[in-house]
Ligand binder design. Structure first.
Ligand code: HEC
Length: 164
């Protein structure tokens, strides 16, 4: 065998070993992350900004959230019946100023959070208007925008219990 050929073979062997050791080692990483130790740390490793709330504020905020998701479900159901009047009523119930927040609630919210929250409520009001006009196409575009805001906020913020 010529020198060039054996050099080539050694090179290939080295590459194969490198690939094999990569394959052998890489599954060890996720397994390590699943250890019970790191599971208890997952909340502190959460990259989303923590929004502190007391128990009452937290219950209020989460109830608002569940109300949003229920509204989305009820809107879908009414849309299947082509009942735009009911749809307008459902959307309108989540517009701005339709909720009685507990004392000090808004003061604790970061600026961006508040902006996204207002944008969501404004979208529900816009959906009500679209539906009252019988404009399903505009309604769908507004709804998509609202859903994008839900997801944008969920990936940026989380609630944490803080009694103060
Ligand atoms: C301004 C920010 C923001 C917006 C906008 C927002 N959410 Fe949330 N939502 C949150 C946060 C923060 C949580 C708590 C997540 C956490 O702590 O992990 C939450 C939780 C929820 C939950 C869980 C409720 C529970 O009882 O655990 C649901 C369901 C939900 N949101 C639905 C929605 C829907 C649907 C929309 C849009 C129509 C929406 N949210 C818009 C911030 C937001």
């Amino acid at each position: 065998m010529s020198k060039t050929h054996s050099n080539l073979l050694v090179g290939l062997l080295a590459i194969t070993l490198a690939v094999l050791s990569y394959i052998a080692w890489s599954p060890a990483e996720p397994a390590k992350e699943r250890s019970p130790d790191s599971q208890s740390q997952s909340a502190s490793n959460d990259p989303r900004e923590a929004v502190p709330m007391n128990a009452e504020q937290m219950q209020f905020a989460l109830a608002q959230m569940r109300g949003f998701l229920e509204a989305v479900e009820r809107l879908e159901a009414a849309e299947r019946e082509m009942d735009t009047e009911t749809m307008a009523r459902i959307a309108g119930a989540h517009g701005p100023g339709k909720n009685q927040a507990p004392q000090g609630f808004r003061d604790r919210l970061p600026e961006t959070f508040r902006a996204m929250s207002s944008a969501t409520r404004a979208s529900f009001a816009a959906m009500e208007k679209d539906l009252s006009n019988g404009d399903l196409d505009a309604y769908k575009a507004t709804r998509l925008e609202a859903l994008r805001t839900c997801n944008a906020c969920h990936s940026s913020f989380r609630f944490v219990l803080d009694p103060d």
